[in-house]
Design a protein around this ligand. Structure first.
Ligand SMILES: [Zn+2]
Length: 578
């Protein structure tokens, strides 16, 4: 009997912990403030962090447990509240949000339950190593070299570069499990984390080991507002820097520590490795040249763009707002200009909404190409991007209503959509309402006033007589797929004076409407007019040409379409009505 009770008791303990696990809400708290001191030891590849974080309960229920997560290569030392150590259980938590594929989770019992909207300040201490580790990629089958090209973060004696949430959890986060082998899971989890943190503030102090008086300390660099210093200009020197993000926005806090040289220009500061000095100068030149176009479209820079070099020549570039980490190897000025146009746009314009923030930065690249090489070069460039999201659209041929909402530009966490598709949307808007109107709408945008998804569409509508509500419905608020245009008929009629009037009927078989160019080709030239064709409808346009037309083509490639094979219509001679 006694042993039986014991047995039951054991089972009940299991029940209790299982219940606990189920009710653990990892995304209940928003980390509204970070104030951390980070000590980096490159020789040991180590990091030691002490500091304070403030958590706000953004859930509907009081929370007695808080979860803090850091990279699995780091260990929790202590967690305190009001100077008193708190009890916590430290456990590994498998998640692909970190390069190691796991997190060190501290499950903390708080002194009292935190009511919804209330906050608690925690004092934290943790440390460990950050070494090259691409486990999350190699375990799903990525070749090691390719995986390391993507997950290049590490602290090392020669070169240190570490990115934040989504790469290395070097500051505490709290997220549900993210799994690379489950579709968009990592992007979704990361997207939720970033959205929660957009209004938070972060202050980080970095310190690295002292160096002898005659040695040059490494240059530390981070993506936020920075202050560098070396105290004691004698011997030894104490290099330190402070970095702050107010607010964090969509930034991913990152830091580097290397023997950088600095190229400082009015629009951009470049931190380059000595062997990449030529490419650094070339990139700076390209940025200076692209800046006039970017200012004309997106206003003066709010802050200086910063680029830091990566040691690994094939490392994948990384961007976080106006910060770009990239191997500065290439001195091709055209390519540099294209990259700089994107980066400078982030330095001039920011939005908490990815389809605006990233969409416009990619749109700026298309504008840059158009300025350099003409409209066709821009259309070709957008065509490369279009392949990505057109493929995704095909897979959801019969879109479910939740996809229409989840995949909408205002909600999506898919990069293909908020980068590539959004770029095309901005381009179409420019074609529809004209350059001056779109520039005015962008100039009126204030990120701090962007509280509703309809804020930007309203700014655009305010600048034009034309109704653009339907366009935002089809392309931004919902994912209605893509248009599919075809020319149903083209009837030429000889005019009394001279030349021909062609009446063209265009049908849109797709679920999204657009304002599309219709081009009539004739001997010796062509004539283009624009026609609005809503989803599942037809539109008619009349075009005057000097001689008999040969061909009608709908869409020059500026409108993303699901099927471009049915866009040309041949006019057969003889079909002319008098
Ligand atoms: Zn960007």
């Amino acid at each position: 009997m006694k042993s039986c009770f014991k047995h039951l008791g054991f089972i009940c303990i299991l029940c209790a912990s299982a219940a606990n696990a189920i009710t653990l809400d990892r995304e209940a708290f928003t980390f509204i403030s970070y104030d951390l001191n980070v000590r980096v030891e490159p020789e040991q590849q180590r990091l030691g962090v002490r500091g304070k974080i403030i958590l706000r309960n953004d859930s509907q229920t009081p929370q007695k447990i808080a979860v803090l997560q850091i990279s699995s290569s780091l260990d929790w030392r202590s967690v305190k509240a009001g100077n008193k150590p708190l009890q916590f259980v430290s456990q590994p938590y498998s998640s692909d949000i970190d390069h190691t594929g796991a997190l060190s989770e501290a499950i903390i019992t708080l002194p009292e339950a935190i009511a919804p909207k209330s906050t608690i300040e925690l004092e934290v201490a943790y440390e460990g190593v950050i070494v090259l580790d691409a486990t999350r990629l190699t375990r799903i089958g990525a070749p090691e070299d390719q995986a390391n090209r993507s997950d290049w973060d590490q602290i090392s004696a020669k070169f240190t570069a570490v990115r934040g949430a989504g790469y290395v959890a070097w500051y505490p986060i709290a997220t549900e499990v993210a799994n690379l082998s489950e579709g968009n899971s990592v992007f979704e989890v990361l997207g939720r984390w970033k959205a929660r943190e957009a209004g938070s503030s972060m202050n980080i102090g970095f310190a690295s080991p002292t160096v002898a008086g005659d040695a040059t300390p490494p240059v530390s660099f981070c993506g936020g507002d920075e202050l560098h210093a070396i105290t004691h200009e004698g011997s030894p020197k104490f290099p330190w820097s402070r970095c702050s993000y107010q607010p964090l926005g969509l930034a991913v806090p990152a830091f580097t520590l290397a023997d950088y040289e600095i190229v400082d220009r009015p629009t951009i500061t470049i931190y380059n490795l000595p062997e990449h000095a030529v490419a650094a100068e070339s990139y700076a030149d390209a940025a200076e040249k692209a800046s006039a176009l970017i200012t004309e479209w997106f206003g003066a820079q709010r802050r200086k763009a910063e680029t830091a070099d990566l040691a690994r020549p094939d490392a994948a570039p990384f961007e976080s707002g106006p910060l770009l980490l990239t191997p500065l190897m290439n001195s091709d000025s055209k390519l540099a200009g294209l990259v700089a146009a994107h980066q400078l746009t982030h330095a001039a314009f920011s939005s908490p909404r990815p389809w605006i923030d990233e969409g416009l930065a990619h749109f700026a690249q298309a504008l840059y190409l158009e300025q350099q090489k003409g409209r066709q070069a821009a259309l070709d460039y957008m065509g490369l991007h279009r392949a990505a999201f057109a493929e995704a659209a095909k897979q959801t041929a019969a879109p479910r209503s939740e996809d229409e909402v989840n995949r909408a530009l205002v909600n999506t966490t898919s990069e293909d959509l908020y980068r590539s598709k959004a770029m095309c949307v901005w381009w179409m808007l420019r074609d529809m309402i004209g350059e001056p109107a779109l520039k005015k709408a962008l100039a009126a945008y204030r990120p701090e006033e962007d509280k509703e998804p309809s804020y930007m569409p309203r700014l655009v509508q305010a600048q034009t007589q034309r109704d653009v509500e339907w366009f935002f419905d089809d392309w931004v608020y919902r994912d209605r797929g893509l248009p599919d245009f075809r020319v149903v008929s083209a009837f030429p009629r000889k005019m009394l004076t001279e030349g021909y009037m062609i009446t063209i009927t265009v049908e849109n078989l797709g679920g999204a409407g657009a304002d599309v160019p219709v081009t009539v080709r004739f001997k010796g030239g062509e004539m283009t007019k624009r026609l609005e064709v809503r989803a599942k409808s037809k539109g008619v346009i009349r075009v005057e040409v000097p001689t008999l037309a040969e061909q009608v083509i709908v869409n020059d490639g500026s409108v993303p379409e699901s099927d471009m094979s049915n866009n040309t219509f041949k006019i057969v001679a003889g079909e002319v009505s008098k």
